[in-house]
Design a protein around this ligand. Structure first.
Ligand code: ADP
Ligand code: MG
Length: 217
């Protein structure tokens, strides 16, 4: 569904990607692993169309992402992709429920449809009981699960996650990974995640090892 072929990208003299390739299919969780500075985040951002590689191509669903103009690409990104980062980055003034609902509201989804979708997600992620609380009033794991729910709200075809469990203890990390695996299995979403944690990558469907900007599967 999404493939990156021979990506190269340098920041000044620093070579971040030196011909890295990776593919993820529908319903599959792909883990990018490797030492710090090996190019994992850069690879993820290029695959997500957030960064332009110097060379190589990214193909999504038969379209060459790297050739689309900015407007078309950001529109595609908004509709088809979801993002989760290391720190939940929820809106602090809003409850978990309101945070999850926000992208649907911004996309003009009706209140009835929004409420049904948000309830379903809060339930699937096991945070229904905390839904009325603000992010500061729940655990880091619960906030991160709300961030995953928010990223899933518009039913993206690909979800990108940069160290989504990096700030969590192993129990909460497992719960977040469970949510991502469930998303892949139930909604057939492709998931691309960056992780340092061997317990997380061991449960991914496909692992790509990054080293000095090169990827090996
Ligand atoms: P990882 O996520 O595996 O730790 P990154 O993809 O963040 O690695 O970085 C790969 C290399 O590119 C590193 O040497 C890093 O310092 C460099 N790099 C990444 N982003 C930038 C940037 N915006 N400006 C300059 N150098 C960068
Ligand atoms: Mg990184």
């Amino acid at each position: 569904m999404l493939s990156a072929e021979k990506l190269t990208l340098s920041f000044g003299k620093t070579v971040a990607l030196a011909g890295a390739s990776a593919t993820v299919h529908r319903g599959e969780v792909l883990a990018l692993v490797g030492p710090s500075g090996s190019g994992k985040s850069t690879m993820l951002y290029c695959m997500a169309g957030l960064l332009d590689p110097d060379g190589g191509k990214v193909e999504f669903d038969g379209r060459i992402l790297t050739k689309l103009n900015d407007d078309v690409r950001s529109d595609l990104r908004r509709r088809e992709f979801g993002f989760v980062f290391q720190f939940a980055e929820l809106v602090p003034e809003l409850s978990l429920r309101e945070n999850v609902s926000l992208p649907l509201e911004l996309n003009g989804v009706s209140r009835r449809e929004r409420e049904a979708r948000v309830d379903e997600l809060l339930d699937r992620l096991g945070i229904a009981e905390q839904a009325g609380r603000r992010p500061a009033k729940v655990s880091g794991g619960q906030a991160q699960r709300a961030a995953v729910a928010r990223a899933m709200a518009h039913r993206p075809r690909v979800l990108f996650a940069d160290e989504p469990t990096g700030a969590l203890d192993s129990q909460n990390g497992t719960l977040v990974l469970d949510a991502l695996l469930d998303l892949a299995a139930v909604d057939e979403t492709a998931v691309v995640l960056v992780t340092h944690d061997p317990e997380i990558s061991a449960r991914a469907h496909r692992v790509v090892q990054m080293r000095d900007g090169v990827a090996t599967s």
